[in-house]
Design a protein around this ligand. Sequence first.
Ligand SMILES: *Cc1c(COP(=O)(O)O)cnc(C)c1O
Length: 233
Amino acid sequence: MEHLDTAGNYTAVTIAANIHHIKSTLPDGVELVAVSKFHPAEAIMAAYQAGQRIFGESRAQELTAKAPVLPDDIRWHFIGHLQRNKIRQIMPHVSLIESVDSERLLNAIDRISGEEGRITRVLMQVHVAAEETKFGFSPDELLDYFRNRRFEKLTATHICGIMGMATNTDNNARVAADFQAIHDCFTRIREIAPGLRGFDIVSMGMSDDYPMAISHGSTLVRVGTAIFGHRQY
Ligand SMILES: *Cc1c(COP(=O)(O)O)cnc(C)c1O
């Protein structure tokens, strides 16, 4: 069986096999986001035909182009840095914004959700990795936000949990420590903000590290390359 088509992309059969394989390794309670950024609608349809319903995109323009031409029961997760001037545009399409990386963005999402008559579900992005460039709250900033119950002023946003990334390294001990730090942050928030409802998602783990993320308590893994192959940027 050929894995690649003439354009060098994974075939529908390969994509389906990858989905089935990954799902077979996920424990109960862990969901799969198929990260489809930079992959065409045909690749997404191959995963959809294999039963996948949650897809992740990282750019507003790409999401708003793809969502209308793909099935209605796809649940799109936004996983990239979101500019405030793109919030309104993606809002009708997304079921979860995983990458809320500042309070300013969160407050803008809340205001626009209110104006649009929606409740937007979000995750807070926490930054623990060694890389300087990644967006997100530090664990301390996040704990401060919840300790001071600043979420109580939100009227049209439901904070469903947190999202994070481990350092991009071969050093397994570092990756494990990063996932542990993300999960510890989640646990602390639940302790210091009693009454916070529906805060139960820990989104962590990508193609290279999702089994490790699961062993540290991930409930949502975001896998792109291991499903669709390498992206051509
Ligand atoms: C691209 C991306 C992924 C998927 O990465 P792979 O290594 O291709 O699995 C997961 N999470 C985020 C936030 C991403 O931007």
